[in-house]
Design a protein. Structure first.
Length: 199
Protein backbone atom coordinates (compact mmCIF):
# COMPACT_ATOMS: atom_id res chain seq x y z
CA UNK A 1 0.00 0.00 0.00
CA UNK A 2 1.47 3.34 -1.04
CA UNK A 3 0.80 6.24 1.34
CA UNK A 4 1.81 9.85 0.88
CA UNK A 5 3.30 11.58 3.90
CA UNK A 6 1.88 15.10 4.10
CA UNK A 7 5.34 16.50 4.75
CA UNK A 8 8.56 16.97 2.83
CA UNK A 9 10.63 16.49 5.98
CA UNK A 10 13.21 13.76 5.34
CA UNK A 11 13.65 13.09 9.06
CA UNK A 12 9.95 12.42 9.54
CA UNK A 13 9.90 10.17 6.48
CA UNK A 14 12.77 8.06 7.84
CA UNK A 15 11.18 7.83 11.29
CA UNK A 16 7.80 6.73 9.95
CA UNK A 17 9.35 4.32 7.44
CA UNK A 18 11.31 2.59 10.20
CA UNK A 19 8.23 2.34 12.43
CA UNK A 20 6.12 0.79 9.66
CA UNK A 21 8.85 -1.54 8.39
CA UNK A 22 6.89 -4.67 9.37
CA UNK A 23 3.82 -3.54 7.44
CA UNK A 24 3.15 -3.66 3.71
CA UNK A 25 3.43 0.10 3.37
CA UNK A 26 5.48 2.28 1.05
CA UNK A 27 5.67 5.85 2.34
CA UNK A 28 6.43 8.61 -0.13
CA UNK A 29 6.99 12.29 0.76
CA UNK A 30 4.75 14.92 -0.71
CA UNK A 31 6.38 17.04 -3.44
CA UNK A 32 8.01 20.26 -2.29
CA UNK A 33 5.79 22.39 -4.49
CA UNK A 34 3.52 25.32 -3.65
CA UNK A 35 0.34 23.42 -4.46
CA UNK A 36 0.98 21.02 -1.58
CA UNK A 37 1.22 23.84 0.93
CA UNK A 38 -2.01 24.29 2.84
CA UNK A 39 -3.08 26.80 5.48
CA UNK A 40 -3.54 25.24 8.90
CA UNK A 41 -6.78 26.87 9.96
CA UNK A 42 -7.81 24.36 12.64
CA UNK A 43 -8.07 25.21 16.32
CA UNK A 44 -6.90 21.76 17.41
CA UNK A 45 -4.02 19.46 16.46
CA UNK A 46 -6.51 16.89 15.14
CA UNK A 47 -8.15 19.43 12.82
CA UNK A 48 -4.83 20.60 11.41
CA UNK A 49 -3.57 17.06 10.82
CA UNK A 50 -6.80 16.23 8.98
CA UNK A 51 -6.51 19.38 6.87
CA UNK A 52 -2.98 18.44 5.80
CA UNK A 53 -3.83 14.79 5.14
CA UNK A 54 -6.97 15.60 3.17
CA UNK A 55 -5.13 18.13 1.00
CA UNK A 56 -2.26 15.74 0.22
CA UNK A 57 -4.64 12.87 -0.50
CA UNK A 58 -6.78 14.95 -2.84
CA UNK A 59 -3.80 16.13 -4.87
CA UNK A 60 -2.03 12.77 -5.01
CA UNK A 61 -4.96 10.37 -5.20
CA UNK A 62 -3.25 8.31 -2.47
CA UNK A 63 -4.04 7.54 1.15
CA UNK A 64 -2.32 10.22 3.24
CA UNK A 65 -0.61 10.37 6.61
CA UNK A 66 -0.16 13.69 8.41
CA UNK A 67 0.92 14.86 11.81
CA UNK A 68 0.44 18.03 13.77
CA UNK A 69 2.48 18.57 16.89
CA UNK A 70 3.16 21.29 19.41
CA UNK A 71 3.95 22.35 22.92
CA UNK A 72 1.22 22.86 25.51
CA UNK A 73 1.95 24.93 28.63
CA UNK A 74 -1.08 24.89 30.98
CA UNK A 75 -0.06 28.03 32.89
CA UNK A 76 -0.14 29.90 29.56
CA UNK A 77 -3.67 28.63 28.84
CA UNK A 78 -2.31 25.97 26.51
CA UNK A 79 -0.02 28.19 24.47
CA UNK A 80 1.92 27.91 22.22
CA UNK A 81 -0.42 25.05 21.25
CA UNK A 82 -1.41 24.74 17.60
CA UNK A 83 0.61 27.89 16.90
CA UNK A 84 3.83 26.40 18.27
CA UNK A 85 5.70 26.92 14.99
CA UNK A 86 4.29 30.44 14.62
CA UNK A 87 4.22 31.53 18.26
CA UNK A 88 6.32 34.66 17.72
CA UNK A 89 4.84 35.38 14.27
CA UNK A 90 4.08 33.75 10.94
CA UNK A 91 7.72 33.78 9.81
CA UNK A 92 9.24 33.29 13.27
CA UNK A 93 12.38 31.21 13.71
CA UNK A 94 12.71 28.45 16.31
CA UNK A 95 14.90 30.77 18.36
CA UNK A 96 12.36 33.58 18.27
CA UNK A 97 9.58 31.24 19.39
CA UNK A 98 11.74 29.87 22.18
CA UNK A 99 12.73 33.36 23.32
CA UNK A 100 9.10 34.48 23.51
CA UNK A 101 8.18 31.41 25.55
CA UNK A 102 10.95 32.10 28.07
CA UNK A 103 9.93 35.77 28.21
CA UNK A 104 6.29 34.90 28.90
CA UNK A 105 7.34 32.55 31.69
CA UNK A 106 10.08 34.65 33.28
CA UNK A 107 7.96 35.52 36.34
CA UNK A 108 6.74 31.96 36.88
CA UNK A 109 9.09 30.44 39.44
CA UNK A 110 7.07 27.64 41.00
CA UNK A 111 8.34 24.37 39.38
CA UNK A 112 4.85 22.84 39.26
CA UNK A 113 3.60 25.85 37.32
CA UNK A 114 6.27 25.30 34.66
CA UNK A 115 4.87 21.91 33.68
CA UNK A 116 4.41 21.35 29.96
CA UNK A 117 3.82 18.61 27.46
CA UNK A 118 4.62 17.95 23.86
CA UNK A 119 1.60 16.64 21.94
CA UNK A 120 1.48 14.81 18.61
CA UNK A 121 -1.54 13.83 16.57
CA UNK A 122 -1.24 11.50 13.57
CA UNK A 123 -4.04 11.11 11.05
CA UNK A 124 -4.37 8.60 8.24
CA UNK A 125 -7.00 9.13 5.53
CA UNK A 126 -7.66 6.23 3.17
CA UNK A 127 -8.86 8.74 0.55
CA UNK A 128 -9.50 12.48 0.60
CA UNK A 129 -13.20 12.08 1.45
CA UNK A 130 -12.61 9.51 4.20
CA UNK A 131 -15.22 10.26 6.92
CA UNK A 132 -13.54 8.00 9.47
CA UNK A 133 -9.83 8.87 9.70
CA UNK A 134 -7.49 6.73 11.77
CA UNK A 135 -6.17 8.91 14.58
CA UNK A 136 -3.26 8.31 16.93
CA UNK A 137 -2.04 10.61 19.70
CA UNK A 138 1.08 10.77 21.83
CA UNK A 139 2.24 12.98 24.70
CA UNK A 140 5.56 13.65 26.42
CA UNK A 141 5.53 15.21 29.88
CA UNK A 142 8.17 17.68 31.02
CA UNK A 143 8.86 21.16 32.34
CA UNK A 144 9.98 24.42 30.81
CA UNK A 145 13.51 25.21 31.99
CA UNK A 146 14.56 28.79 32.74
CA UNK A 147 17.22 28.78 30.02
CA UNK A 148 18.07 26.85 26.88
CA UNK A 149 20.49 23.96 27.03
CA UNK A 150 21.71 21.43 24.47
CA UNK A 151 22.41 21.54 20.77
CA UNK A 152 20.34 18.63 19.54
CA UNK A 153 16.74 18.52 18.35
CA UNK A 154 14.83 21.56 17.16
CA UNK A 155 12.00 23.87 18.13
CA UNK A 156 11.45 23.99 21.88
CA UNK A 157 13.71 21.01 22.65
CA UNK A 158 16.41 23.18 24.34
CA UNK A 159 13.95 24.36 27.03
CA UNK A 160 11.86 21.18 27.39
CA UNK A 161 13.29 19.57 30.53
CA UNK A 162 12.69 15.82 30.87
CA UNK A 163 12.71 14.94 34.59
CA UNK A 164 13.28 11.22 34.03
CA UNK A 165 16.56 11.99 32.28
CA UNK A 166 17.42 15.18 34.19
CA UNK A 167 18.21 17.07 30.98
CA UNK A 168 16.45 18.86 28.16
CA UNK A 169 15.15 17.13 25.05
CA UNK A 170 17.97 18.84 23.13
CA UNK A 171 20.49 16.98 25.30
CA UNK A 172 19.01 13.53 24.72
CA UNK A 173 20.37 11.12 22.15
CA UNK A 174 18.44 10.74 18.92
CA UNK A 175 17.77 7.09 19.78
CA UNK A 176 16.23 8.03 23.14
CA UNK A 177 14.00 10.68 21.57
CA UNK A 178 12.78 8.28 18.90
CA UNK A 179 11.81 5.87 21.65
CA UNK A 180 10.20 8.18 24.21
CA UNK A 181 8.96 11.33 22.48
CA UNK A 182 5.37 12.33 21.80
CA UNK A 183 5.82 11.52 18.11
CA UNK A 184 7.31 8.12 18.95
CA UNK A 185 4.28 7.29 21.10
CA UNK A 186 1.83 8.36 18.38
CA UNK A 187 3.73 6.43 15.70
CA UNK A 188 3.69 3.28 17.83
CA UNK A 189 -0.08 3.58 18.31
CA UNK A 190 -0.67 4.25 14.61
CA UNK A 191 1.46 1.26 13.59
CA UNK A 192 -0.57 -0.97 15.90
CA UNK A 193 -3.84 0.25 14.38
CA UNK A 194 -2.58 -0.32 10.84
CA UNK A 195 -1.39 -3.79 11.80
CA UNK A 196 -4.88 -4.60 13.13
CA UNK A 197 -6.26 -3.57 9.75
CA UNK A 198 -3.83 -6.00 8.08
CA UNK A 199 -2.31 -3.25 5.98
Amino acid sequence: MKIILASGNAGKLNEFTAAFSDLSIELVPQPKTAEYEVEETGTTFVENAIIKARHASKLSGLPALADDSGLIVPVLQGQPGVRSARYAGEQATDQENLNLLLLNMQHINEPAAREALFFCCLVLLRHHQDPDPIIAKGTWQGNISTKASGGGGFGYDPVFYVPSHQCTAAELSKATKQKESHRAQAIKFMAAQLSDLNI
